[in-house]
Design a protein around this ligand. Sequence first.
Ligand code: KG4
Ligand code: ZN
Length: 331
Amino acid sequence: MLVLGIETSCDETGVALYDTQQGLLGHTLHSQINMHRDYGGVVPELASRDHIRQVLPLIAQLFEQTKTSLHAIDAIAYTQGPGLAGALLTGASIGNALAFAHNIPALPIHHLEGHLLSPLLSDPAPTFPFAALLVSGGHTQLMRVTDIGQYELLGETVDDAAGEAFDKTAKLLGLDYPGGSLLAELATQGQPKRFKLPRPMLHSHDLNFSFSGLKTAAALLINKQEMDAQTRADVALAFEEAITDVLVKKSVTALKTTGLQQLVVAGGVGANSRLRQKLQHQLVDTAVTVFFPELEFCTDNGAMIALAGALRLQQLNTLPPPANGSFTVKA
Ligand code: KG4
Ligand code: ZN
């Protein structure tokens, strides 16, 4: 079965074709980052208008690349949410319209399900069950993933998401939007241990996170210092060390408490090299294997939506839909 995936939840227009036999056939992406940069964040109305401009040409380009056409597609998966309302509406309208015109199912996919399943695009891929650390601009969650549609929330942020904390701290350091990867780059120039920032909820007896206090502590530190280039890098490093320490500690605790032996790291912050290094280091002498999606599949993309749609479709064709899954799907 061949599924076209459409992702338009925020500032990337992504489309992809996933085949249940052959895997990912192709994917294309248009990023709006340059358009939003001048405003210091995503402008929702501009995002929706740009998705409208980009999505059909991207689909045409994808068909050309993969030498296929809409007639060969068995279903269209689109990001249902969460995300910006107007941006989501664009993908949903186009997905539903194309599916209606071709008399095939339209599959609404939860954006986080796309991120959660994205490591299945890589080789080697994890097998069910696995633990997942989902760290994006809007979410920070630890999940137990037992099967397609069977996701148990183990813990989550009680305030800011990890990506949001990266972006807000990056802004305080004068970096462009979205600042997560720029802050990480700046941190590579930082002197270790010059500053120490708090590691919120590191010792709380649960799997929840809190990052708004860390961001405030970074803001206070920045306000107290003469911010020359070296100091900016030192603050960036102190921030990155603090946030990654918390993400690593809670992930390790989740693995210990669930007994799961595979950890998947998904979402944009999963691209962070320091987080990857620390997790690998912490788990090197254990039986746990860590899976990181390729960098292009960490941030928003159409491939993860096409994949989730294909797996959902396969499941609908073989099994009754899960009764207790966190995410629902209508076909
Ligand atoms: O998953 P994603 O593309 O979009 C959402 O669903 O939110 O994640 C975007 C987030 C942004 O906050 C961005 O700054 C962060 O991921 N990010 C990073 C890195 N690359 C992207 N944060 C830290 N280090 C990175 N290398
Ligand atoms: Zn995302």
